[in-house]
Design a protein around this ligand. Structure first.
Ligand code: ARG
Length: 464
């Protein structure tokens, strides 16, 4: 069977293999809504410009409405023989309204059509993800508020470094997610230009009104260069790049949850809702959701790499290679939707073991810096020297197998006579975190202020 769309110069039909490699309908049916919306805008513009008669325009609009309903209620039959979503819809339109269906494609090519559909789809995907990320920020901020003065060890090299507050730690992720949202918003701004009207590649001789279709489709403006409009997929790459960075953030959060939930740390525990058991070991409560969140990043980065490789070296303008652009984007969207929901669920689910966290915060002489700082502040000792003195105090405590807090005044003065009783007051974990009041620091009062600021910036203000 020759194609009704381009049958003119063909006498035979494609082989089964040709059809199999060529068809995209199995996945690009996800563009159906956008395709219909784009066709409506195109049709209305053609009528307004006198390129299409009113009657034909009405018939087309009616037909598109019916098709939309059929797709919505599942009665539409997608046909591989019709290759892709564009030809499936146009084919059905021809079944429904006959001859006028053939006029819809005036001054349009599937090249500008698919670029338009896909931009609309990615734009909606970004809006959905942004909404979800806001939800994740909300649970992180709420948890941070509840734990503004819960003390935990802060780590460098995964070695206990200095005490921090758990609220402060959670707010670090709120910042990261905020920048992720900013990257998506940024990508959205750049993608929000209208390719429709670029035709196959060179523009068209018909007197189109591209501003009108831009407005109709909520694009900011028509794309300025027809060759660029049909051939670049940087908007999809930006989506995947922002998604990759987000996934990396989520994987770090996930890894921390895995570590914290281990018996060795015991900082947090998941309820049954976010744990799984072991088929052999009855005692096990595994953080599978967190591990999967950590692992899913592989797909996302893989998808980005995949599309970069597809687009690399393609000559302008459209080549069929570009049909490979959709699956990675769809797959990443689906993955992210699930991952952000899982992250949000896990953060609200976790129970926090404050006592364990606080004990761990003091282990490993994490307040030695506070002692060194005290010597600088109170005794005008140079920091390099005070660092050395505090090191000797740590060594003494190690020898005596006790915490810094448990050393006596004479222990201290045996190391350096400038270390007086007052010095002992700065070595508790509470004193340490309370003292970290520099802007951006971990003190509970800072965390409370940052909780309010974050609510304003990310949840109500909307200024990313
Ligand atoms: N299904 C195609 C794609 O996704 C639509 C564009 C086809 N254009 C063409 N000149 N064959 O890329």
């Amino acid at each position: 069977m020759t194609s009704q769309i381009w049958g003119g110069r063909f006498s035979g039909g494609p082989s089964d293999i040709m059809e199999a490699i060529n068809a995209s309908i199995d996945f690009d049916q996800r563009l159906a809504k956008q395709d219909i919306r784009g066709s409506r805008a195109h049709c209305a513009m053609l009528v307004a410009q006198g390129i299409l008669s009113k009657d034909d325009g009405e018939a087309i609009m009616d037909g598109l409405l019916k098709i939309e309903k059929e797709i919505g209620d599942g009665s539409f039959t997608f046909k591989r023989a019709l290759e892709d979503i564009h030809m499936n819809i146009e084919g059905r339109l021809a079944d429904l309204i006959g001859e006028p269906a053939g006029r819809l494609h005036t001054a349009r090519s599937r090249n500008d059509q698919v670029a338009t559909d896909f931009r609309l789809w990615v734009r909606a995907a970004i809006d959905t993800i942004d909404d979800q990320l806001k939800g994740l920020q909300k649970v992180l901020i709420d948890k941070a508020e509840a734990h503004a003065d819960t003390i935990m060890p802060g780590f460098t090299h995964l070695q206990a470094a200095q005490p921090v507050t758990f609220g402060h730690h959670l707010l670090a992720y709120v910042e990261m997610i905020g920048r992720d949202r900013g990257r998506f918003a940024d990508a959205r701004t750049r993608l929000n230009e209208n390719p429709l009207g670029a035709g196959a590649l060179a523009g068209t001789s018909f007197p189109l009104d591209r501003d009108r279709t831009s407005k109709d489709l909520d694009f900011d403006r028509p794309m300025a260069n027809s060759l660029d409009a049909v051939s670049d997929r940087d908007f999809a790459l930006e989506f995947l790049a922002a998604s990759s960075i987000l996934s990396v953030h989520l994987s770090r959060l996930a890894e921390e949850l895995v570590i914290w939930a281990s018996a060795q740390f015991g900082f947090v525990a998941f309820t049954d809702e976010f744990s799984t058991g072991s088929s052999m070991m009855p005692q096990k409560r595994n953080p599978d959701a967190a591990e999967l969140l950590r692992g899913k990043v592989g797909r996302v980065i893989g998808a980005m790499n995949g599309l970069l490789i597809v687009v690399k070296g393609l000559p302008l303008t459209y080549s069929k290679d570009m049909q490979e652009d959709k699956e990675p984007v769809f797959a990443v969207f689906d993955t992210l939707e699930l991952c952000v929901a899982a992250a949000t669920g896990m953060i609200s689910d976790i129970g926090v073991n404050k006592a364990t966290m606080q004990d761990a915060a003091g282990a490993g002489y994490t307040t030695a810096t506070d002692l060194a700082d005290w010597l600088v502040r109170e005794k005008n000792v140079a920091f390099r020297e005070s660092h050395h003195i505090a090191g000797q105090v740590v060594k003494l405590a190690e020898d005596k197998d006790c915490d810094l807090e448990d050393l006596s005044v004479s222990d201290l003065s045996s190391v350096d006579e400038r270390l007086t009783a007052d010095a002992l007051q700065v070595v508790s974990v509470e004193a340490s975190v309370n003292s970290r009041t520099s802007y951006g620091g971990t003190a509970p009062e800072n965390v409370r202020a940052q909780v309010s600021a974050a609510r304003e910036r990310f949840l109500t203000g909307g200024n990313l």
